[in-house]
Design a protein around this ligand. Structure first.
Ligand code: PMP
Length: 445
């Protein structure tokens, strides 16, 4: 069955498939961290539905919540009508929101994907300010629909002003964390305040507290606060995209809590639906300029997703899984640092909570002597040695051979990413780290 399914799907399905190319598996059963293939092989899944499965696969509380809705005879499709299931979700969501926003928040159900909520947020700040320009960052990832693409790294929409994220100064200048953050902030201020820059007063700024797809780059807390001050002083709404960082992933329930920044709007998806499609924007009530029908969508009321989401949010809150992510993440990062010390092909290890990245670089290159890998104006941000996407792909392959599923990320796809569920046990963590270390050792031989 395994080979037949793989063959038929690759013959009939579009070339747009990405995960399927790197992961030739046919998952048929899953529980927690473990996925079982049609060939009977078992894998530890540190991709977790692209960071969605905060409680792992098929967590009992999630299954129970879905079953309850199914058994109750409730309508599964309700457009944007009020229902008891939606009421419970909204109540639980508001209970978790960062203080400063919780007291005056409105939620807009979008759907069903993260990119839909990004579209809504961009449209909202444009409608609320009457302006069009958006400030966005290099290396950003906000989705694949037109508006979200415009604000993602590498896009060239004229209405978007591209700002350097702190990590952009790592290469070729070798300037790290705090200094990069300072330069990024100054660049932003001078663009906004210097008439000669030609940047009109923007409608909003959108940023990720940790760039995930961009290669796992946590923004320094001081930089987050600086961006908040810069936007606040100029009445520019700040939209924080917590699609990937939310629901405990980075060690706080929402990643903005690390810095204490209160955004004007937060874009949420992935984990909030407890493995089902769900996306919302939460924003300050003053921003709620919508008139009915101004932003619509058929799938804004997925009852199963809301029920699964309520169960997930409550479970993470009640079991303090964000704290667990923080302590376990710190331990994993320590371990990855010793791995980096052992293997010169690991250029950097980074992360926050259980959002972790291992950057593969060319082990032969002399640090600081390498010209930038491309001649674009903005350095590629791969650190002092050039990125090694082929090595990263080899590590991913070797991990898979050892029964470990990992994701690749970064602008050069040179970063091996770990996004395990927050419920991963200590023993499972050890198994993941052992397999990863073996895979790196194999590739480095
Ligand atoms: N924003 C961020 C920060 C993301 O990581 C992603 C998905 N990786 C999105 C938006 C888009 O979400 P979706 O794929 O559900 O459209």
């Amino acid at each position: 069955a395994h080979e037949g399914i793989l063959r038929r799907q690759s013959a009939r399905e579009s070339a747009a498939r990405t995960y399927a190319r790197a992961l030739p598996i046919v998952p048929v059963r899953a529980r927690g961290l473990t996925v079982e293939g049609a060939d009977g092989r078992r894998y530890l899944d540190c991709l977790s539905g692209a960071g969605t499965l905060t409680l792992g696969h098929n967590h009992p509380v999630v299954l129970e919540a879905i079953r309850k809705v199914l058994d109750s005879g409730a309508p599964l499709h309700v457009l944007d009508l009020a229902t008891p299931v939606k009421d419970a979700f909204t109540t639980e969501l508001f209970r978790t929101l960062p203080s400063g926003l919780a007291e005056r928040a409105r939620v807009q159900f979008c759907g069903p994907a993260g990119t839909d909520a990004v579209e809504a947020a961009l449209k909202l700040v444009r409608a609320a300010t009457g302006r069009t320009g958006i400030l966005a960052f290099t290396g950003a990832y906000h989705g694949m629909t037109a508006g979200a693409l415009e604000v993602s790294g590498g896009a060239t929409d004229v209405r978007v002003t591209r700002l350097p994220y702190p990590q952009d100064y790592r290469c070729p200048f070798g300037i790290g964390g705090d200094r990069g953050a300072e330069l990024s902030a100054r660049w932003t201020e001078s663009l906004l305040d210097d008439d000669r820059s030609g940047v009109p007063q923007p409608a909003g700024m959108i940023l990720e507290p940790v760039q995930g797809e961009g290669g796992v780059h946590p923004a320094p807390d001081a930089w987050m606060r600086r961006m908040r001050r810069i936007t606040e002083a100029r009445s520019i709404p700040l939209v924080v995209d917590e699609v990937q960082t939310g629901v405990g992933r980075t060690g706080r329930f929402w990643a903005v809590e690390h810095s204490g920044v209160v955004p004007d709007a937060m874009v949420l998806s992935k984990a909030i639906g407890g493995s089902m499609p769900l996306a919302v924007v939460v924003y300050r009530d003053e921003l709620d300029v919508w008139r009915p029908g101004a932003h619509a969508g058929t799938f804004r009321g997925n009852q199963l997703a809301m029920a699964a989401g309520t169960a997930t949010l409550a479970y993470v809150r009640e079991n303090r899984l964000a704290e667990r992510a923080a302590t376990l993440g710190a331990r994993i990062l320590d371990h990855l640092r010793s791995l980096a010390a052992e293997f010169p092909c690991i250029g950097d290890v980074r992360g926050r909570g259980l959002m972790l990245g291992v950057e593969l670089v060319d082990p032969e290159a002399v640090p600081g002597q390498t010209p930038p890998a491309s001649s674009t104006a903005v350095p590629r941000g791969t650190g002092p040695r050039p990125a090694a996407p082929a090595l990263a792909a080899a590590v991913q392959r070797e991990c898979l051979r050892r029964g470990l599923i990992v994701e690749l990320g970064g602008r050069d796809a040179s970063v091996v990413r770990l996004l395990p569920p927050l419920t991963i046990s200590d023993e499972q963590t050890n198994a993941v780290l052992d397999r990863l270390a073996d895979a790196v050792a194999e590739v480095a031989r």
